[in-house]
Design a protein around this ligand. Structure first.
Ligand code: FES
Length: 91
């Protein structure tokens, strides 16, 4: 999803597991590429989000890289909450 943040327009990854929602900038810390394999299509395997460019794996619930060329780094989290069933950005 595209949205406008204080730093400008960004593409976000929003993962929802029931009431739990996690959102990250769609920018891989390895080489700055988008993680989606096709626009809006992501690989989520065993609780990990896999970057399309070089295969880095990130925990869906924390954004921490657990495998691949940027192990130890993290996706940049975006603060969100659910209001009346909809995901909303928090400042
Ligand atoms: S840009 Fe994501 S693993 Fe290289």
């Amino acid at each position: 999803m595209d949205t406008v943040l204080p730093d400008g327009e960004e593409n976000l990854i929003v993962l929802r597991f029931g009431e739990a929602v996690h959102a990250y900038l769609n920018i891989c810390p390895h080489a700055g590429r988008r993680l989606d394999w096709a626009p809006g299509k992501f690989l989520l395997s065993k609780g990990a989000l896999v970057c399309a460019a070089h295969g880095a794996s990130f925990m869906a619930v924390s954004g921490a890289c657990i495998g691949g060329p940027c192990r130890g780094q993290s996706l940049r989290r975006v603060s969100v909450r659910v209001v009346d069933g909809e995901v909303c950005l928090i400042d």
